[in-house]
Write a protein that binds this ligand. Sequence first.
Ligand SMILES: Cc1cc2nc3c(=O)[nH]c(=O)nc-3n(C[C@H](O)[C@H](O)[C@H](O)COP(=O)(O)O)c2cc1C
Length: 274
Amino acid sequence: MLNLIKERKSVRTYLDKDLTAKDLKAVKQIIETYNNKQGFFKNRIELQFFEKPFLNDEKHTKIGTYGFITNPRCFIAGCVENSFYGMVDYGFIFENMILDLTEKKLSTVWLGGTFDRKTFDFMQKGNQIVPTITPVGYEDTHQSQKEQNVREHVHANQREPFETLFFNESLDQPLSESHALAPLFELVRFAPSADNKQPWRLLVKKDMVHFYLHRTPTYQEQLSFDVQAIDMGIALSHFVKGLKDQKIKFEVSNNFVNIDLPELEYAFSVKLEK
Ligand SMILES: Cc1cc2nc3c(=O)[nH]c(=O)nc-3n(C[C@H](O)[C@H](O)[C@H](O)COP(=O)(O)O)c2cc1C
């Protein structure tokens, strides 16, 4: 499972090829596993599969991606309550699903901005929103020019240095890369994030790991949901995969007494059991 975290990458250029019957079945099973699941903060995620969105008849929904995705075949969309912790839960569950798809050698890309959200109005009831979708398909290793431009623009292959993201006891003490939990933090560092902003900052205090959001100012003025809260949920997904791998018991909550830190927004904490 942990290798998958390193293998996953955004794919925007797909082979012009339908999913095989076996893969289609696997995708449907994976969606079933996560559909209507709640995250740690009790928000339920509803998933919908769009198997043939480009068939030209009334029954099928057309999904617009402004030319950013080449040869998309099918899509998965998710819907959740539009709140900070709704987005955290969404990030957690949608990323778990994406990692399961990666395990089946299926490619994906989180899309939060570059798709026509109006198509999904029918899914959104009350205060719900469809924050992201992903295509599912086979990677074409010859990336489209648009994909190369996007990856270069956001330095998609790069991540911030370890010592600028993870801290021990206080923000002026970077966590040592030889810390027992360092391999788990490395999994967080590999997480995808909107525009590759990597807004997660983690502070270890004894048996607690506090997750803070280093928000990019004015960043999401055009969006009607908190995309960086989704990034926090994705980080939690990777961290929890690592904890489970190491058989470390834990509890996630936003009720723990936390510490106000300048320029950082508290999100949640993970309490590790000895
Ligand atoms: C919540 C979220 C929203 C994203 N929205 C878009 C998007 O609208 N369009 C796009 O091309 N990529 C989008 N991405 C993909 C990121 O740009 C990508 O994850 C990041 O550059 C790191 O690259 P990697 O996924 O290949 O590791 C999004 C990623 C996340 C986590």
